[in-house]
Design a binder for this molecule. Sequence first.
Ligand code: NAD
Length: 249
Amino acid sequence: MGEFDGLVAAVTGGASGIGLAAAGQLARQGARVACLDLKPDDVPAPLVGVACDVTDDASVTAAVAEVVRRFGRLDVLVNNAGIGAQGTVADNDDDEWHRVFDVNVVGIARVSRAALPHLRQSPSAVIVNTCSVAATAGIPQRALYSASKGAVRALTFAMAADHLEDGIRVNCVHPGTADTPWVGRLLDKAEDPEAERRALEARQPMGRLVSAEEVAQGIVYLASPGAAASTAVELCVDGGMQNLRLRPK
Ligand code: NAD
């Protein structure tokens, strides 16, 4: 018997990394799960891949309708799709700012807007947004990305307030540097990816990256009926990154 028996979840960006891990855990705990992603064919059964571009309103509307057509309801929405950007405020032009905000911030608004009428009908309705430690800690060379995640954090609290009386909880998780294909792609750009990985690990307070499964556990906890008293909550799964400055000797 799972905590999510009888419930239906939709996970954006569910074809890879943190989203895929969260979708898998939700399914193992009894949910029927749709992964809304640009790459629905990458989604392994029993998860269901649904084509969705969170920057395209028609695509989002069709994807949410497909989830409800297939499963008859929607209880859990994980807004996880996101893209990165590197550099200082001087390095990204207006087009890049619009592109990243369109996925990371407006994407959450679009998917939530389409999902809300269905969530309002669920007695266990919850939204979990994948945010980032970058929303709260000043991380060098991540100006645009950090600003977008700061907006996700604020949006989480605003949505929690707006939908309190609808019975919809809204929370967010802040991953630290997580070992996902995203980080793998960044490391692969280095001259010596293995040396770069070791250097990245050494910079983390715990001396290691967090895993996608660890971040997913945070998402699944906040989505679970067991967290029914938690709304407008932010949970760090960041290896201590937000609140620890130095590694112990
Ligand atoms: P990932 O690249 O492994 O997976 C992201 C998924 O999102 C992919 O399947 C991709 O196809 C999908 N996606 C991208 N744009 C989309 C769009 N327009 N519409 C629908 N799907 C789209 O990345 P990840 O590391 O698992 O990151 C997931 C989330 O976690 C992101 O929101 C990211 O900002 C956040 N995060 C990641 C880290 C990290 O270190 N990996 C740290 C903090 C926060």
